[in-house]
Design a protein around this ligand. Structure first.
Ligand SMILES: NC(=O)C1=CN([C@@H]2O[C@H](COP(=O)(O)OP(=O)(O)OC[C@H]3O[C@@H](n4cnc5c(N)ncnc54)[C@H](OP(=O)(O)O)[C@@H]3O)[C@@H](O)[C@H]2O)C=CC1
Ligand SMILES: CCCCCCCCCCCCCCCC(=O)[C@@H](N)CO
Length: 336
């Protein structure tokens, strides 16, 4: 009644989890913590050396060293056919069963003002941020939702597809133009899929009579604030000073903290997941048509944050205006 003894909505022990971007930052921390809870873990990224080191680390963190298995797969997930290969390889490795959980963490941020960043770089951001997630979701769901006749149906536990977004999908910050639209697109995909999946889950309830998917599926999306990762160190080197000032109220968290908070929220069964107070307020002001975690809590959150943002949005804009007034154009403006 008070949240004690509540059912764990995200059981991972003995289940097979794929984590894209699992070799660094948040993805690596997620991999380590799920290994610690007894999951078989597959990490996917482009660079073999980092993946090898990660698998070593996972072995040392396993709950049950004798039973748990770990695998890495090198793949550039901007290529859709590579995502199909990843799912096929995981399935073969997993004795012919599809993975139970797929968590998309791959991606990095190239900050800069819209006119300063070459358009090719902006397209690459869409590829690495949006398309790595959409490609993986496509390959995974085509596998999970494939129709199985009643004779082949067994009771399978719920499967989970998890996206990693950013609170920048909710609130604009100057200097994130190459990145935020790709994260906003992930949020839109997540909302659309969370509705579409209901059709498949409905069909699943009739599995003994009709052709249906092998299991029911839940979609979730995590919206971190800053994460103290290798990717973050790189983005700080090129981030405009104005952007750093506008995001002053963000106190970046460690990958381990973000992973732990996100996993706890998944265990409570949440859909849109934030990792701290400011991020929760940013979500509240942009909840719009997204499914709620909790009707009463989320309604009050959105009322409160809509009032707070009446002040925050003009404040962000006037800080940008005053920055230009005081400092003039940034050095590389229009010249790149
Ligand atoms: N850092 C931050 O402040 C924030 C990050 N986020 C998001 O959280 C997620 C994790 O970020 P962070 O912890 O910083 O991650 P890192 O930048 O530290 O690591 C990124 C991971 O993604 C992999 N990767 C990148 N591109 C590809 C690709 N094309 N195909 C396959 N793998 C790829 C990298 O490996 P390799 O390079 O070897 O392929 C690496 O494992 C990202 O989606 C990011 O956008 C959200 C909010 C804030
Ligand atoms: C009380 C409410 C006040 C709200 C004020 C709004 C402040 C905005 C903070 C922006 C934080 C951006 C975090 C995500 C960063 C990110 O995704 C990149 N670092 C990607 O790597």
């Amino acid at each position: 009644m008070f949240g004690f003894n509540r059912k764990n909505e995200f059981e991972v022990e003995g289940r097979t989890v794929v984590i894209t971007g699992g070799s660094d930052g948040m993805g690596r921390a997620v991999a380590g913590q799920l290994a610690g809870k007894g999951a078989h873990v597959v990490v996917v990224a482009r660079t073999a050396a980092k993946l090898e080191a990660t698998v070593e680390e996972l072995r040392s963190k396993a709950l049950n060293t004798l039973k748990q298995r770990f695998l890495y797969i090198c793949a550039d997930l901007t290529d859709a056919s590579e995502c199909d290969r990843v799912i096929a390889e995981v399935t073969a490795w997993n004795d012919g069963s599809a993975p139970d959980i797929v968590w998309c963490c791959a991606g990095f941020c190239h900050p800069g003002f819209f006119v300063d960043v070459p358009i090719t770089t902006q397209r690459q951001q869409m590829d690495t941020v949006y398309w790595t997630a959409a490609n993986v979701a496509h390959a995974t769901l085509r596998n999970w939702l494939a129709p199985i006749p009643p004779s082949g149906q067994m009771r399978n536990s719920r499967r989970h597809l998890i996206f990693t977004c950013s609170t920048l999908a909710f609130v604009p910050i100057a200097g994130y133009g190459p990145y935020s639209p790709a994260k906003a697109a992930i949020r839109s995909l997540s909302d659309t899929l969370s509705q579409e999946i209901e059709m498949y889950n409905g069909a699943y309830t009739q599995r003994h009579r009709n052709t249906a998917p092998a299991a029911d599926v839940k979609i979730h999306t995590v919206f971190p604030m800053g994460i103290l990762s290798p990717g973050f160190d790189n983005e700080q080197k090129i981030k405009p000073e104005l952007t750093k000032m506008l995001e002053e109220s963000d106190k970046p968290q460690t990958p381990e903290e973000v992973a732990q908070i996100a996993i706890s929220a998944l265990e409570r069964g949440e859909y849109l997941i934030t990792t701290m107070f400011v991020g929760n307020m940013m979500k509240g002001t942009a909840l719009g048509p997204s499914p709620r975690n909790n009707i009463v809590g989320d309604t009050f959150l959105s009322w409160l944050s809509n009032l707070v943002f009446l002040q925050v949005i003009p404040d962000l804009r006037s800080k940008a205006f005053n920055w230009g007034k005081t400092n003039g154009l940034p050095e590389q403006a229009c010249g790149e």
